[in-house]
Ligand binder design. Structure first.
Ligand code: SF4
Length: 194
Protein backbone atom coordinates (compact mmCIF):
# COMPACT_ATOMS: atom_id res chain seq x y z
CA UNK A 1 0.00 0.00 0.00
CA UNK A 2 2.79 2.38 0.97
CA UNK A 3 4.57 1.50 -2.29
CA UNK A 4 1.47 2.47 -4.28
CA UNK A 5 1.24 5.82 -2.50
CA UNK A 6 4.94 6.46 -3.11
CA UNK A 7 4.54 5.53 -6.76
CA UNK A 8 1.56 7.89 -7.12
CA UNK A 9 3.52 10.74 -5.55
CA UNK A 10 6.42 10.17 -7.94
CA UNK A 11 3.96 10.12 -10.85
CA UNK A 12 2.40 13.41 -9.76
CA UNK A 13 5.77 15.09 -9.30
CA UNK A 14 6.84 13.86 -12.76
CA UNK A 15 3.68 15.06 -14.42
CA UNK A 16 4.00 18.49 -12.79
CA UNK A 17 7.61 18.78 -13.97
CA UNK A 18 6.68 17.59 -17.47
CA UNK A 19 3.95 20.18 -17.77
CA UNK A 20 6.29 22.92 -16.55
CA UNK A 21 8.89 21.73 -19.04
CA UNK A 22 6.34 21.77 -21.90
CA UNK A 23 5.26 25.28 -20.95
CA UNK A 24 8.80 26.55 -20.83
CA UNK A 25 9.86 25.06 -24.17
CA UNK A 26 6.64 26.23 -25.85
CA UNK A 27 7.57 29.85 -25.09
CA UNK A 28 10.65 29.45 -27.33
CA UNK A 29 8.93 27.38 -30.03
CA UNK A 30 10.48 24.03 -29.00
CA UNK A 31 9.29 20.79 -27.47
CA UNK A 32 10.82 19.02 -24.45
CA UNK A 33 12.38 16.38 -26.73
CA UNK A 34 14.48 19.12 -28.35
CA UNK A 35 15.85 20.04 -24.96
CA UNK A 36 16.50 16.38 -24.11
CA UNK A 37 18.58 15.97 -27.27
CA UNK A 38 20.60 19.11 -26.50
CA UNK A 39 21.13 18.00 -22.90
CA UNK A 40 22.35 14.61 -24.05
CA UNK A 41 24.76 16.14 -26.55
CA UNK A 42 26.05 18.53 -23.89
CA UNK A 43 27.18 15.65 -21.68
CA UNK A 44 28.07 12.76 -24.01
CA UNK A 45 31.61 11.97 -25.16
CA UNK A 46 33.02 12.06 -28.70
CA UNK A 47 32.10 8.39 -29.37
CA UNK A 48 28.48 8.98 -28.46
CA UNK A 49 27.53 12.21 -30.21
CA UNK A 50 25.94 10.55 -33.23
CA UNK A 51 22.43 10.30 -34.57
CA UNK A 52 22.17 6.59 -33.62
CA UNK A 53 23.41 7.21 -30.08
CA UNK A 54 20.84 9.97 -29.53
CA UNK A 55 18.09 7.58 -30.69
CA UNK A 56 19.36 4.82 -28.37
CA UNK A 57 19.72 7.07 -25.34
CA UNK A 58 16.28 8.64 -25.64
CA UNK A 59 14.53 5.50 -26.90
CA UNK A 60 13.33 7.29 -30.04
CA UNK A 61 13.10 6.12 -33.64
CA UNK A 62 15.76 7.32 -36.05
CA UNK A 63 13.02 9.16 -38.00
CA UNK A 64 11.95 11.17 -34.95
CA UNK A 65 15.56 11.97 -34.13
CA UNK A 66 16.19 13.11 -37.73
CA UNK A 67 13.29 15.58 -37.56
CA UNK A 68 14.43 16.83 -34.16
CA UNK A 69 18.01 17.32 -35.36
CA UNK A 70 16.82 19.21 -38.45
CA UNK A 71 14.83 21.65 -36.30
CA UNK A 72 17.72 22.17 -33.86
CA UNK A 73 20.17 22.71 -36.70
CA UNK A 74 17.81 25.15 -38.44
CA UNK A 75 17.50 27.14 -35.23
CA UNK A 76 21.28 27.12 -34.88
CA UNK A 77 21.36 25.15 -31.63
CA UNK A 78 23.48 22.33 -33.01
CA UNK A 79 26.00 21.67 -35.75
CA UNK A 80 27.17 18.60 -37.66
CA UNK A 81 30.82 17.71 -38.30
CA UNK A 82 32.15 14.88 -40.44
CA UNK A 83 34.55 12.54 -38.61
CA UNK A 84 38.16 13.23 -39.62
CA UNK A 85 38.96 9.51 -40.08
CA UNK A 86 35.67 8.02 -41.25
CA UNK A 87 33.67 10.19 -43.65
CA UNK A 88 30.53 8.12 -43.01
CA UNK A 89 30.33 9.24 -39.37
CA UNK A 90 28.68 12.56 -38.54
CA UNK A 91 29.25 14.08 -35.09
CA UNK A 92 26.69 16.37 -33.49
CA UNK A 93 27.65 19.19 -31.15
CA UNK A 94 26.09 22.22 -29.56
CA UNK A 95 26.64 25.69 -30.93
CA UNK A 96 27.16 28.61 -28.57
CA UNK A 97 23.41 29.28 -28.87
CA UNK A 98 22.66 25.66 -27.95
CA UNK A 99 24.88 25.83 -24.85
CA UNK A 100 23.32 29.13 -23.82
CA UNK A 101 19.86 27.59 -24.18
CA UNK A 102 20.74 24.63 -21.95
CA UNK A 103 22.13 26.96 -19.29
CA UNK A 104 19.02 29.09 -19.45
CA UNK A 105 16.47 26.27 -19.25
CA UNK A 106 17.99 23.81 -16.79
CA UNK A 107 17.34 23.01 -14.08
CA UNK A 108 13.70 23.96 -14.11
CA UNK A 109 13.18 27.04 -12.00
CA UNK A 110 10.40 25.52 -9.95
CA UNK A 111 12.49 22.50 -9.10
CA UNK A 112 15.41 24.67 -8.05
CA UNK A 113 13.18 26.70 -5.75
CA UNK A 114 11.54 23.60 -4.29
CA UNK A 115 14.87 21.86 -3.79
CA UNK A 116 16.27 24.72 -1.76
CA UNK A 117 13.27 24.59 0.58
CA UNK A 118 13.01 20.81 0.86
CA UNK A 119 16.74 20.26 1.40
CA UNK A 120 16.52 22.16 4.69
CA UNK A 121 14.13 19.55 6.14
CA UNK A 122 14.52 16.09 7.62
CA UNK A 123 12.02 13.33 6.84
CA UNK A 124 11.16 10.01 8.47
CA UNK A 125 9.92 8.32 5.30
CA UNK A 126 10.36 8.67 1.58
CA UNK A 127 6.57 9.19 1.30
CA UNK A 128 6.77 12.21 3.62
CA UNK A 129 9.66 13.66 1.62
CA UNK A 130 7.84 13.17 -1.68
CA UNK A 131 4.59 14.61 -0.33
CA UNK A 132 6.46 17.69 0.86
CA UNK A 133 8.31 18.01 -2.44
CA UNK A 134 5.03 17.77 -4.35
CA UNK A 135 3.39 20.36 -2.12
CA UNK A 136 6.24 22.82 -2.49
CA UNK A 137 6.36 22.33 -6.27
CA UNK A 138 2.63 22.93 -6.52
CA UNK A 139 2.88 26.06 -4.43
CA UNK A 140 5.86 27.44 -6.35
CA UNK A 141 4.19 26.60 -9.67
CA UNK A 142 0.83 27.90 -8.47
CA UNK A 143 -0.93 24.71 -9.53
CA UNK A 144 -3.84 23.11 -7.75
CA UNK A 145 -2.92 20.61 -5.08
CA UNK A 146 -5.63 18.01 -5.87
CA UNK A 147 -5.35 16.56 -2.39
CA UNK A 148 -7.98 14.79 -0.30
CA UNK A 149 -10.18 16.24 2.44
CA UNK A 150 -8.04 15.30 5.45
CA UNK A 151 -5.31 17.70 4.40
CA UNK A 152 -7.71 20.47 3.32
CA UNK A 153 -8.37 23.70 5.20
CA UNK A 154 -12.08 23.45 4.43
CA UNK A 155 -12.46 20.04 6.04
CA UNK A 156 -14.01 19.63 9.46
CA UNK A 157 -15.33 16.80 11.61
CA UNK A 158 -18.11 17.31 14.13
CA UNK A 159 -19.77 14.50 16.05
CA UNK A 160 -18.52 11.97 13.53
CA UNK A 161 -19.97 13.94 10.60
CA UNK A 162 -17.69 15.18 7.90
CA UNK A 163 -18.23 18.61 6.44
CA UNK A 164 -16.80 20.64 3.55
CA UNK A 165 -16.51 24.28 4.57
CA UNK A 166 -16.31 25.44 0.96
CA UNK A 167 -19.52 23.91 -0.33
CA UNK A 168 -21.00 23.81 3.20
CA UNK A 169 -22.22 20.32 2.48
CA UNK A 170 -21.78 17.09 4.42
CA UNK A 171 -19.30 14.55 3.06
CA UNK A 172 -19.56 10.77 3.01
CA UNK A 173 -16.71 8.94 4.69
CA UNK A 174 -15.53 7.51 1.35
CA UNK A 175 -15.58 10.96 -0.29
CA UNK A 176 -13.01 12.20 2.18
CA UNK A 177 -10.39 9.84 0.70
CA UNK A 178 -10.86 11.09 -2.86
CA UNK A 179 -8.89 13.87 -4.48
CA UNK A 180 -10.57 17.23 -5.08
CA UNK A 181 -9.87 20.15 -7.43
CA UNK A 182 -10.90 22.66 -4.74
CA UNK A 183 -8.48 21.22 -2.16
CA UNK A 184 -6.64 23.90 -0.21
CA UNK A 185 -3.70 22.42 1.72
CA UNK A 186 -3.50 23.00 5.46
CA UNK A 187 -0.34 24.86 6.50
CA UNK A 188 1.24 21.67 7.84
CA UNK A 189 0.51 19.62 4.68
CA UNK A 190 3.91 20.62 3.43
CA UNK A 191 6.62 23.10 4.27
CA UNK A 192 5.27 26.60 4.56
CA UNK A 193 7.20 28.99 2.39
CA UNK A 194 8.46 32.30 3.61
S1 SF4 B 1 -12.83 21.62 -0.71
FE1 SF4 B 1 -12.69 19.54 -1.52
S2 SF4 B 1 -10.96 18.62 -0.38
FE2 SF4 B 1 -11.59 20.44 0.72
S3 SF4 B 1 -13.03 19.69 2.28
FE3 SF4 B 1 -14.23 20.37 0.49
S4 SF4 B 1 -14.52 18.50 -0.70
FE4 SF4 B 1 -12.84 18.10 0.73
Amino acid sequence: MQEIETFKLIERISSLLRSEERRKYATIGLQPVHGQVLEYLAKCNKYSNTHAAVAEYLGLTKGTVSQTLQILERKNYLQKTTDSEDGRVIHLSLTDDGRALIDELKPLDIFKQAESKVSRQEFDTIGQALQTTLGVLQKVNQTKSFGSCRSCRYFSVAENHYQCGLTEQPLDREDTDKICRDHLPTPNSFIDQE
